[in-house]
Ligand binder design. Structure first.
Ligand SMILES: [Zn+2]
Length: 437
């Protein structure tokens, strides 16, 4: 073969790559109000700085969030999630998603989030009492540098078990696979890159990837899973960027100019300490919000001599609740414990991060049999379960989230008395008075 022939053959092989355009996706999920840099969490300003850099260098970049942007820090809780969407505007989000925690202040609040956010909040399967979708749109179609991008938004069908029923009456959550069966065939011919932005959880997202091979990519959330490189399921990749802004996902998709589907998808997670210094404008906005809460939360309340995991904290928090109202025992659901405590100073802010929801303390009176059903919702056997007599009646101290779900499930078989006192305030008072034991 002559050199010229070899060159021609090589060009034929690599020409789709030479002609390829590149779409860059940056993604977060389960940010949970962590706009301020703190420990492993990057904070909004560092993420914003990186996003600005990439957007300045490339013509086709999207910043996506896969839901649960709010609830997790005092600044989110005190202002009912609103500052988070304002800060997300400064970060330059192009598209967001309604997660289960976006219902923490009642579904009507989502309208307010939509009004604040400059980016659309997607949902293709969460419906209000009137039967209308609760987001800005079920999907988004964008053309970036000639690349036709489709993004479908879906939330877990189990959402109603994850937020308080109060303020969230009459909602419907459609089956994600059913919605994809309708939307994927409709959107595939119109798109070069078809993405599912999902708040369903990594395991379930892997199953959806297997079922819907016409999706190029699933950008996931909800399970707070650290997926360092997107997992390949057949032709579909599944990504997720841990939680709380500890990482920013970066995905590069090479798309042939002819628009015959993506050639190559590569993804990685960038850890907080690998991100550049914070964007000053974003940091100024974050600081202005944080200044409104600092006086109330950056107060030392105790010192602890070891680390406490969520599993270790559960019985301690339960005892505090039980003691506060003289109940037989306490129940604090482990998924409601939103942070761990580390050796050293404990501040009120740390208790806010642990209990961001503003739940109140409720005394439930119920049979041992019903109590056992309640405790069986835990991911592992509850430490008190073996000692419970199904025949006896118990007074249980718990939070209003558990109490409202128990009332729905058991009806008149139980009585619930809401003290109206915030669980967070009780925890802060007790830990301040007695430390953690
Ligand atoms: Zn979630």
């Amino acid at each position: 073969m002559t050199n010229r022939l070899i060159l021609c053959v090589l060009l034929v092989i690599i020409s789709p790559w030479l002609l390829a355009k590149e779409l860059i996706l940056l993604h977060t999920n389960d940010f949970h109000g962590h706009i301020q840099q703190e420990g492993k969490y990057a904070g909004a300003a560092k993420i914003a700085a990186f996003v600005k850099e990439i957007k300045a260098q490339h013509p086709a970049v999207l910043l996506l969030d896969a839901g649960d942007a709010i609830s997790g820090t005092p600044v989110s809780s005190m202002f009912e999630g609103e500052p988070i969407f304002d800060v997300m505007n400064a970060m330059g989000y192009d598209v967001g998603l309604i997660g289960n925690h976006e219902f923490d202040h009642g579904y009507k609040k989502i309208e307010r989030f939509r009004a604040i956010a400059n980016h659309p909040l997607l949902t293709a399967n969460a419906l209000g009492p009137d039967g209308a979708l609760l987001g800005d749109a079920p999907y988004l179609l964008r053309n970036l540098d000639g690349i036709r991008v489709g993004i479908i938004g879906l939330i877990t069908e189990t959402a109603p078990t994850l937020f308080s029923p109060t303020g969230n009456e009459g909602l419907t959550f459609l089956n994600p696979a059913d919605r994809l069966s309708e939307l994927v065939p409709m959107l595939r011919p119109k798109t070069d890159v078809l993405i599912l932005l999902s708040h369903i959880g990594h395991e379930a997202e892997l199953v959806l990837a297997e079922q819907f091979q016409d999706l190029d990519l699933i950008i996931g959330g909800h399970s707070h899973t650290l997926v360092q490189h997107p997992v390949r399921v057949g032709k579909t990749l599944v990504a997720q960027a841990n939680h709380y802004g500890s990482h920013l996902g970066l995905i590069k998709i090479k798309v042939p100019d002819a628009g015959q589907g993506p050639l190559d998808i590569q993804g990685d997670l960038i850890a907080a300490n690998e991100l550049p210094d914070g964007d000053p404008a974003t940091q100024a906005l974050v600081s202005s919000y944080e200044a409104k809460v600092e006086d109330q939360v950056d107060i030392k309340i105790a010192v602890i001599r070891k680390n406490y995991s969520k599993i270790a904290l559960q019985p301690i928090l339960e005892d505090i609740l039980a003691e506060a109202i003289g109940a037989d025992l306490g129940y604090y659901n482990r998924t409601g414990i939103r942070d761990v405590l580390s050796e050293g100073d404990v501040t009120a802010r740390m208790i806010w991060n642990l209990e961001p929801f503003g739940n109140t303390l409720v005394k439930l009176t119920l049979s041992g049999a019903d109590l056992l059903i309640l405790l069986s919702q835990e991911p592992t056997l509850h430490h008190a379960a073996n000692a419970i007599d199904p025949e006896r009646r118990y007074q249980l101290a718990t939070n209003s989230f558990i109490a409202s779900h128990a009332t729905l499930a058991f009806g008149d078989a139980i009585t619930a008395v809401d003290t109206g006192i915030l669980v967070r305030d009780i925890l802060i008072q007790q830990i301040k008075a007695k430390g953690l034991q």
